[in-house]
Ligand binder design. Structure first.
Ligand SMILES: Cc1cc2nc3c(=O)[nH]c(=O)nc-3n(C[C@H](O)[C@H](O)[C@H](O)COP(=O)(O)O)c2cc1C
Length: 206
């Protein structure tokens, strides 16, 4: 049985910093739970002029510039992948989707299967598409042959944030920063992903 730490890749896109903050909370928690973690951001596709026109977007781009960009190698490396993306019209962002669309080669070789997957998101408004975004993301997990680990209501904290599909936050168009409720949900999700990934890894190598 392998004693090496479970490897978790947190792969996210964020324009204005909400998902970046949740990604960092998840990465920190997974590390505290004993995982080896790669925190990776998806390559920006928007033109610099668009970024510069939005103060929060510009600030987040600068604050996260030191975070490595996601590559297919991060997927191959990981035992568990936690994807994050803001809601865009009820769906995942093109930036995360573009990353996912580079994974055909790994998929063809069966290298995306048998890993644990989970996801997080945010929206401007309540009922703004958080669940549809996570479910759309999870369509891809089925194609990978992945093991989907949603938080469900497996912890009392989940009755506070109320989203069994994954961590989510309503940002009120940037007026509501990531709060304790979302951070608690992020910690529950990260802890659960590491726990299940350890069991899957041990089971597959034993
Ligand atoms: C093109 C576009 C589409 C969006 N679509 C939605 C939407 O359908 N519902 C919603 O509530 N918010 C929507 N939003 C708002 C973002 O999802 C929200 O502000 C999110 O928390 C931003 O996350 P970030 O700070 O990580 O970039 C949209 C934003 C943009 C730019």
């Amino acid at each position: 049985m392998s004693n090496s730490p479970v490897r978790v890749a947190v792969i996210y896109y964020s324009s204005t910093g909400t998902n970046a903050a949740v990604a960092q909370e998840i990465a920190k928690t997974a590390e505290a739970e004993g995982a080896e973690v790669r925190l990776r951001r998806c390559t920006e596709l928007a033109p610099q002029a668009a970024i510069d026109s939005n103060a929060a977007w510009k600030a987040n781009a600068e604050a996260t510039a030191h975070i490595e960009e996601a590559s297919p190698d991060d997927m191959e490396w990981a035992d568990a992948v936690i994807f994050g993306s803001p809601t865009r019209f009820g769906n995942v962002t093109s930036q995360l989707k573009q990353f996912i669309d580079t994974l055909g080669g790994l998929w063809q070789q069966g290298k995306l299967a048998d890993k644990v997957y989970s996801g997080f998101t945010s929206s401007a408004t309540k009922h703004g598409g958080q669940e549809s975004t996570l479910l759309a993301l999870y369509n891809t997990v089925h194609h990978f042959g992945g093991i989907l680990v949603a938080p469900g209501y497996t912890d009392p904290e989940k009755f506070t944030d109320g989203n069994p599909y994954g961590t989510s936050h309503v940002d009120g168009q940037g007026s509501l920063p990531v709060d304790d409720t979302a951070r608690a949900a992020a910690r529950v999700q990260a802890t659960r992903v590491v726990k299940v990934a350890k069991a899957v890894k041990a089971g597959l190598s034993g």
